[in-house]
Write a protein that binds this ligand. Structure first.
Ligand SMILES: Cc1cc2nc3c(=O)[nH]c(=O)nc-3n(C[C@H](O)[C@H](O)[C@H](O)COP(=O)(O)O)c2cc1C
Length: 161
C-alpha cells in the first residue's frame, strides 16, 4: 500500500475542489490511498510518512500561498529524509497564469523531489469554479493517478527501511 499526501491551502474552496479530484485519481489506483491535508494542519512528519506528495495552492500575487511557503521553510531541515519522493503541484487563480505553479515547482530541486508530471493551473476566468456541476477535472485526476503509480513502482524498486 502506498500513501499519497495531498497538501493544499484553500480559503474559498477552489483549491480544495481540485485537491478532491486529485484524491479521486489516487484512489482509482489499486494499492494507493490519498491523504488530504490542509497545510495549516500539517506537520513535516506528514511529508516524511508519505510515499508521494502533491502540493496545491491558490495563486496569491503571482506566488504560492504564504502558509505553503511557510511549510517548505519548516520542512527544510528534513530535506534529506524526503529526497527522491515523487511530487507534483497544482494551482488555482483568477487568471490562468502559471506563476504560482512555477513558484512551487521551483522549490522541488532544493528538496530533490522527483517531479513526475506537468502541474495543472486552473484559471477561474477561463474555466469557472471547479466545484460547478459538470466541470472536467480529468487533468487533476491524472496527476493523482500518475503519482500513485509512480509511488507503487518506486516502492518495488527502492528498499524501504
Ligand atoms: C490575497 C489574494 C491574492 C490573489 N492574487 C492573485 C493573483 O495574483 N493572480 C490570480 O490569478 N489570482 C489571484 N487571486 C485569486 C485566487 O487565486 C483565487 O480566488 C483562488 O481560487 C483562491 O483559492 P481558494 O478558493 O482555494 O481559496 C488572489 C486572491 C487573494 C485572496
Amino acid at each position: 500500500m502506498v500513501k499519497v499526501l495531498i497538501l493544499y491551502y484553500s480559503r474559498t474552496g477552489n483549491v480544495e475542489a481540485l485537491a478532491r479530484a486529485v484524491a479521486e485519481g489516487v484512489e482509482s489506483v489499486e494499492g494507493a490511498s490519498a491523504e488530504l491535508k490542509r497545510v495549516d494542519f500539517a506537520t513535516v512528519y506528514d511529508l516524511i510518512s508519505c510515499d508521494a506528495v502533491v502540493f496545491g495552492s491558490p495563486n496569491y500575487f503571482g506566488y504560492m500561498a504564504g502558509l505553503l511557503k511557510d511549510f517548505f521553510d519548516r520542512a527544510w531541515s528534513i530535506r534529506d529524509v524526503v529526497a527522491g519522493k515523487p511530487a507534483a503541484a497544482f494551482t488555482c487563480g483568477g487568471s490562468s497564469s502559471s506563476s504560482a505553479l512555477l513558484s512551487i515547482e521551483g522549490i522541488f530541486p532544493a528538496f530533490r523531489f522527483q517531479k513526475v508530471c506537468d502541474g495543472v493551473v486552473w484559471g477561474l476566468r477561463d474555466r469557472g469554479r471547479p466545484s460547478e456541476q459538470g466541470k472536467d477535472l480529468s487533468a487533476l485526476k491524472s496527476v493523482g493517478r500518475i503519482l500513485a503509480e509512480t509511488a507503487l513502482k518506486r516502492k518495488m524498486e527502492v528498499p524501504q527501511n
